[in-house]
Design a protein around this ligand. Structure first.
Ligand code: DI6
Ligand code: FE
Length: 411
């Protein structure tokens, strides 16, 4: 991928002799450039292409030169769906599930998400940050530099604000980009047991406006499921989000086909997530709306869903597929995005190229960041990772544990 604009002034830095997996759409497998060069100025990619074509004017006396010797550069990884901030853990529920208790039945008995709500409410902001810090460090060790973090384990205005502040504080402390999502419609809290509609009234009238006023959420999410919220309830929430100018996304069709994917598209959702039970008509609606499918193999493996998401249909209809960890204490205690990429191949039959696009280009689209991040193309931010690998397919091949040698990400 070369800039058409012939660059004249020298770059701040040039990486040359690297393989470059630009992940640019339509640029061939991995958008790969063997023996490539990448020039950066002021934190932006000035030029990327074959080393032989690098305009000589880009290298000046003060340009820092990096020699690749066959190493590879990819965009930094983006985890576009996590619940990274929470109190406690649910290892006991994991054990119970292996002994035969289903995810839904634990939830109906007041365990499940609500047990994490109790632990999260009991923790203060600092404690939540401390608990999440090692999880974030593990994501970063894979080369992740943008992480979406949802609220949804507080379910009161105060505790949801605390979760969102903790998420933002985590990002500042680790110097990485955190995108926050308000997931007040994750479960009906005990104070509103049996009164889900009244809780949605409270979400719409009080919680969402207060969170928007503090500018603490970049998007609004909800859990569409018989054990969570109904279509009419989610419509009310999404109507309110739209009035406030906030983009939406949806946990859809995870445990049953509730036509959640289509519901998401009616609101121009950035993404619909999980999607194990999405029907062909839901896939078609997503294709028409340009909604990204966020696939979460950690949750699929942990909950024991009976069927994988319709990857072949997404592919056939041209729906972009992102892959994320869904890192959370109940359905996906997974803190490695590369492991998620591997599982997406092993469990969902995605190709290694689709999986890598899923944690870079498509993840950026799912967060509405595609104009800045996700591929290595002139004009985008210089956010990339250097790997000691022979080919980018290796990133989804190893079952986690393959860290980048270096990461450049000017935040
Ligand atoms: N679906 C999920 O997989 C997570 N949230 C959701 O709506 C699980 C959250 C949890 O079990 O704690
Ligand atoms: Fe989730």
């Amino acid at each position: 991928m070369r800039s058409d604009d012939p660059a004249t002034a020298p770059a701040d830095a040039v990486w040359q002799g690297f393989g470059i997996a630009t992940m640019a759409a339509g640029a061939g497998p991995y958008g790969a450039i063997e023996n490539g060069a990448l020039a950066v100025r002021d934190g932006r990619i000035l030029w990327a292409g074959s080393r032989a074509d690098l305009p000589p004017a880009l290298i000046g006396p003060r340009t820092a030169l990096h020699e690749g010797a066959g190493r590879w550069i990819t965009p930094t990884l983006i985890d576009c769906h996590t619940h990274l901030v929470f109190g406690g853990n649910r290892a006991a529920e994991f054990e119970a599930r292996l002994a035969g208790e289903s995810y839904e039945s634990a939830a109906r008995k007041g365990g499940g998400i609500l047990s994490t709500v109790r632990a999260t409410r009991a923790a203060g902001e600092e404690e939540l940050v401390e608990a999440a810090r090692p999880r974030l460090a593990r994501l970063m060790a894979d080369g992740v530099r943008v992480v979406e973090i949802k609220s949804g384990y507080g379910l009161t205005l105060e505790s949801e604000l605390t979760m969102l502040r903790a998420a933002r504080a985590l990002g500042r402390a680790a110097n990485i980009e955190v995108r926050t999502t308000f997931l007040g419609a994750h479960a009906v809290p005990p104070e509103f047991a049996g009164r889900a509609d009244a809780y949605v009234d409270h979400l719409v009238a009080d919680m969402l406006p207060a969170i928007a006023a503090e500018n603490l959420a970049d998007a609004v999410d909800a859990f569409a499921e018989s054990i969570a919220f109904s279509t009419p309830q989610i419509r009310r929430l999404f109507d309110a989000a739209q009035r406030l100018g906030l983009p939406v996304k949806l946990h859809a069709d995870q445990l049953t086909d509730g036509d959640g994917a289509r519901l998401a598209t009616e609101y121009g959702a950035l993404s619909a997530d999980h999607l194990e039970y999405t029907s062909e008509s839901g896939v078609e609606a997503m294709a028409a709306a340009g909604t990204v499918a966020v696939l979460l193999p950690g949750a699929y493996a942990t909950v024991g869903a009976a069927q994988p998401p319709p990857v072949a249909a997404f592919r056939a209809h041209g729906v972009g597929m992102a892959v994320a960890t869904d890192c959370n204490p109940g359905s996906s205690p997974l803190c490695s995005l590369l492991m998620a990429a591997n599982l997406a191949c092993a469990l969902f039959r995605m190709t290694p190229e689709e999986a890598l696009a899923g944690v870079t280009r498509e993840a950026a689209r799912a967060l509405g960041l595609a104009g800045r991040l996700g591929t290595l193309e002139a004009g985008k931010e210089a956010s990339f990772a250097v790997w000691r690998i022979g080919h980018p397919r290796e990133l989804a091949y190893w079952m986690g544990g393959l860290g980048p040698e270096a990461v450049l990400h000017a935040k």
